[in-house]
Ligand binder design. Structure first.
Ligand code: ZN
Ligand code: ZN
Length: 253
């Protein structure tokens, strides 16, 4: 399987950047994890727009969610035949809130659900099968229900941290994975241990080291930090660290 990085931004994207969006490709399967602002454009840049087969949300903060509406328009207003409804998986308990967000934006939830998406909530304890991929979850340290996602398939494994502070369940979930795509939102000086809802590059690297992953990609990056410094903070702890690059494909394993 391949990971296609679509958006590496934090709460707002920098110039030429998109917010959170990551696609896993395995044969005919195209699993999109999160759909932040800019991701629909990026899907087209990557040539992957027609390869989507399912969508899963780690949480419904705006920077991980907002392009679901342009994605809806792309599937509702088409020349010719409308594509089949896309399976869309939300964290447990969030489907009603998602419908209310749509309503507030004057997108009729009925249209959203009947014309574009087949919406369900996942059970993080049970896991989720999507074609040949197996997804498992860990509950994160974040202010709203948020889940890290492990994807296994094609003889490889990866974990996507989503947004989180330091989390032992995430370390366990990531254990032995080929690749960890991990948030590194904050510079060390801006990290507040009394409010641990995001990671620093050092914390992401420590997580990767503890979990014994093979490769670490740092993501969820603000435009105002020095990226090379962020990378250096991670490589000091875990040498196989890289900054995630948009539109790059990462083979797994
Ligand atoms: Zn975020
Ligand atoms: Zn968040």
């Amino acid at each position: 399987m391949d990971l296609v990085v679509l958006g590496t931004g934090a709460a707002y994207p920098g110039p030429g950047q998109a917010s959170s969006g990551y696609m896993v490709r395995d044969g005919r399967t195209g699993l999109l994890m999160d759909c932040g602002n800019g991701v629909v454009s990026r899907l087209q840049d990557a040539g992957e727009m027609d390869n989507l087969t399912a969508l899963v949300f780690s949480h419904i903060h705006a920077d991980h969610l907002l392009d679901i509406f342009p994605l809806f328009y792309s599937r509702a207003y088409v020349k010719g035949e409308r594509p089949p409804r896309l399976p869309l998986y939300l964290p447990p308990g969030e489907a009603d809130r998602f419908a209310r967000i749509a309503e507030a934006l004057r997108v009729e939830p009925r249209k959203l659900f009947e014309e574009a998406f087949d919406v369900a909530e996942y059970d993080p304890d049970a896991g989720l099968r999507i074609d040949n991929l197996w997804l498992s979850f860990a509950r994160n340290e974040h202010p709203i229900p948020t889940f890290a996602i492990k994807v296994e398939g094609g003889g490889g494994s990866m974990v996507y941290s989503s947004d989180t502070g330091p989390s032992q369940p995430l370390v366990e979930l990531a254990r032995g994975c080929n690749l960890a795509l991990c948030e590194a939102t904050l510079e060390e000086a801006d990290y507040n241990p009394d409010k641990p809802i995001h990671l620093t590059p050092r914390l992401a690297a420590e997580l990767a080291k503890q979990a014994g992953v093979h490769r670490l990609l740092l993501t969820h990056l603000w435009p105002f930090y020095d990226r090379q410094q962020m990378l250096a903070e991670a490589t000091r702890v875990f040498p196989s660290s890289e900054l995630a690059e948009e539109l790059k494909r990462y083979p797994i394993p």
